[in-house]
Ligand binder design. Structure first.
Ligand code: GDP
Length: 357
């Protein structure tokens, strides 16, 4: 039986990676932050909480001695470093913590591998935020980096450390530069989940309207379950490398909202511009959830609030996953419609069962 260590097991990717590896017969050790989340709702939702081959540990990634101790004790075959303070929007207020967890944390794991057992394979969760103010698109493995927030800066340090340990110490260390990836387990602070949860609440008659920031912001939104599978493929390859994980499609926040509301039977009509833009119910599909809740056309369901504005990207972040396609035979297949529908369905169910977002 292979053993894997996953850091950040309470997060979206950590939970899906745990399920993937348990399904493949691994014994999984998952770490979470000391004093961090004690809420393992994602693992519970996937029914993994009490799995006999799953073991949870509290662990401080910023402590090298603790990393050495943990790895020496578990002796994993593979390590997936998925722990991160992952909300770029708030990383300016948490620059120190972001550096420790997102940057130094990866170095500590790599150094522990070098000292304890250089044969351990290591996956580093890098991010499209490292491209930041990109000069060209779509971005690929050769696109120059230009991070624009402390999260991206710390992740870039971790990425280069991964490459350096690969090249200098001959460690099988890979870096996956993942673009935004979403799922029903996405954190509610991210815009997709904010929209699907808000839309579910509106469709159930539990909320009037949703407040969003820039509706023109564009993202490359992929499917988290598929990205996690690619991470695993990267560690099974013959040679360690760096790969972009992306869907190569681009959608606006407005477009994602359209799809989410459509999933509950609401057609939206947008009017106005910038901070004065809003969306109202234009039509309701008979026999839909929205119809069953007695919603009426004309109700304003999206308003824009400058409170949620961010500095706009000049060049959009959209990834080219061609290298992963060629070398790992990885091809993302889930459509944005299906992804969005699965998120809305999960949020409708949670709201009906009064499970907090
Ligand atoms: P990010 O790519 O890590 O920043 O992921 P987010 O899901 O937080 O944001 C994606 C994009 O949605 C950004 O360009 C935001 O400016 C935009 N956006 C628009 N309205 C909102 C909102 O209400 N909340 C968040 N989080 N983002 C929003």
């Amino acid at each position: 039986m292979k053993k894997a260590l996953i850091t950040g097991v309470a997060g979206q990717d950590g939970a899906y990676m745990t399920r993937l590896l348990l399904d493949k017969g691994y014994v999984v050790y998952g770490t979470h932050r000391q004093g961090g989340t004690t809420d393992f709702w994602r693992l519970s939702e996937l029914g993994l909480h009490d799995h006999p081959d799953f073991h949870r540990r509290e662990h401080d990634l910023s402590d090298l001695t603790a990393c050495i101790g943990l790895i020496a004790e578990i002796m994993p075959d593979e390590i997936y470093n998925l722990a991160s303070l992952s909300f770029a929007g708030s990383s300016f207020g948490q620059a120190g913590a972001s550096t420790q967890i997102n940057g130094i944390g990866a170095f500590n794991l790599l150094e522990a591998i070098r000292q304890v057992n250089p044969g351990i394979r290591f996956y580093q969760a890098s991010t499209s935020e490292m491209f930041g103010k990109a000069r060209s698109f779509p971005q690929n493995e050769d696109t120059p980096f230009c991070p624009r927030n402390p999260y991206g800066v710390a992740k870039l340090y971790a990425h280069w450390m991964t490459v350096n340990y690969r090249e200098q110490h001959d460690i099988f260390a890979v870096s996956g530069i993942a673009f935004n990836h979403e799922s029903p387990l996405r954190g509610p602070e991210f815009v997709t989940r904010k929209i699907t949860n808000g839309c579910a609440r509106i469709a159930l008659g539990d909320a009037e309207a949703l407040l969003l920031g820039n509706l023109d912001a564009k993202r490359d939104w992929g499917c988290a379950q598929e990205y996690v599978e690619c991470m695993w493929r990267m560690l099974q390859a013959d040679v360690p490398d760096t790969f972009v994980l992306a869907s190569n499609r681009m959608e606006t926040v407005r477009g994602f909202a359209h799809r989410a509301f459509e999933a509950v039977g609401i057609a939206l009509a947008f009017r106005g511009e910038a901070a004065n833009e809003s969306a109202a119910i234009d039509a309701i599909v008979p026999d839909s959830l929205a119809a069953a809740s007695g919603l009426r056309t004309g109700q304003t369901v999206i308003r824009v609030s400058p409170d949620f504005y961010r500095p706009a990207e000049e060049v959009p972040l959209i990834g080219d996953p061609g290298k992963a396609g060629k070398k790992l035979d990885w091809h993302p297949r889930t459509s944005l419609d299906d992804l969005c529908r699965s998120m809305v369905a999960a949020d409708v169910r949670r709201n009906q069962q009064r499970i907090p977002a």
